[in-house]
Design a protein around this ligand. Structure first.
Ligand code: CO
Ligand code: CO
Ligand code: CO
Length: 346
């Protein structure tokens, strides 16, 4: 019997995060530990926590897990692992160790599905040089999988979402539309070509992008996942105390993303992300509605968004393309803090 994991979920992948507005409400009241060696905490809503253990070594900690974003268990494992490890890359760290986090309905699915998911995770982690040295499983339906990851970084070489400076350009390394295409696939509206490209992109590690950032000493970046491009730009603009102009026509899209949205295929997570970011965003009066919704489409294992000084822009784009990230694009610019955090235009 061929297992189709997508049959078990309404919203898979990063689309199943709780609405960011509710999350913000909870985080506001969360007590935070105080310690001078905590270099990055939840305050700036960054990709990972960072803790200094000596003058030349800090640990980057992160975890991510979610329900199936595709039908095949092995591919689900690969995508979930690539997505979990991405937060270490987004901070400029070298991912090193991980633990499996698994929820699995042992009475509903054969156990070989469990091992296929783990094998996908193991293979992707190996590709990233990450050693999985343990884990934890709960009996739960639908299945959920991800990693808790530890990476290493020099405390002076941190890349954070607070590192964007006015005058920088914003460079995105992967096209957008994973939420739309996967929703379209489930409705029978997306082509196999678009489906395969989306899965390829979700499995693709942000490793080469991170290497380019390190080579050019980039100080500001994040990865684009469940809160959508707009949601993550908002977090980055707030943490950096700047505003960001985003030119939606410069944002590369996966295959028929725009057409699917035009035909009404807009996943629910795009609306909750929009709801969260709306107050902090200015929408130009002529902004294409489809592009507006695509800006808030929840991405699973999306690309890196880096804030790059003007004099390095061309070099960084060239280097990213050379590393295989062919659709790398300059999608916006960082400006002095204005009334809104994001200015979204065509
Ligand atoms: Co992240
Ligand atoms: Co994350
Ligand atoms: Co970061």
């Amino acid at each position: 019997m061929k297992i189709d994991l997508l049959q078990m979920v309404d919203q898979g992948g990063c689309s199943s995060k709780i609405p960011p507005k509710q999350l913000e409400e909870i985080l506001k009241h969360l007590p935070l530990p105080v310690d001078p060696d905590i270099l990055v905490n939840i305050d700036t809503r960054d990709d990972a926590g960072v803790y200094r253990i000596s003058d030349d070594l800090a640990l980057v900690f992160t975890t991510d897990f979610f329900p199936p974003v595709c039908s095949d268990p092995y591919e689900f494992g690969q995508i979930a692992a690539a997505n979990s490890i991405s937060d270490v890359y987004a901070m400029g760290g070298i991912p090193a160790l991980a633990l499996n986090i698994m929820m699995f309905p042992s009475s509903k699915l054969p156990l070989n599905v469990y091992s296929e998911i783990l094998k996908g995770g193991f293979d992707k982690a190996s590709e990233a040089g990450v050693k999985i040295i343990g884990g934890h499983t709960i009996d739960d339906s639908p299945p959920k999988y991800g990693l808790a990851v530890i990476g290493f970084i020099h405390p002076g070489k941190l890349i954070t979402n607070a590192g964007a400076r006015p005058g920088d350009y914003l460079i995105l390394t992967k096209p957008v539309g994973t939420g739309v295409i996967m929703a379209g696939h489930r409705l029978g509206m997306a082509s196999d070509k678009d489906l395969n490209e989306t899965k390829r992109l979700m499995k693709l590690l942000n490793k080469s992008g991170a290497e380019v950032m390190k080579k050019f000493n980039i100080s500001g970046a994040t990865d684009i996942t469940g809160f959508g491009l707009g949601g993550h730009v908002l977090k980055m603009a707030c943490a950096s105390k700047v505003s960001m102009n985003i030119f939606m026509r410069k944002v590369p899209l996966i295959g028929s993303t725009w057409n699917l949205v035009d035909n009404g295929c807009i996943p629910g997570a795009a609306f909750t992300n929009l709801d969260y970011a709306e107050n902090g965003t200015s929408f130009s009066s002529d902004l294409d509605y489809n592009l507006k919704m695509i800006a808030f489409d929840a991405q699973t294992s999306g690309g890196l968004l880096m804030s790059v000084p003007a004099h390095l822009k061309a070099l960084v784009v060239e280097e990213l393309k050379k590393s295989g990230l062919n659709e790398t694009s300059v999608i916006g610019e960082v400006v002095q803090k204005r009334e809104k955090s994001i200015y979204l235009t065509n």
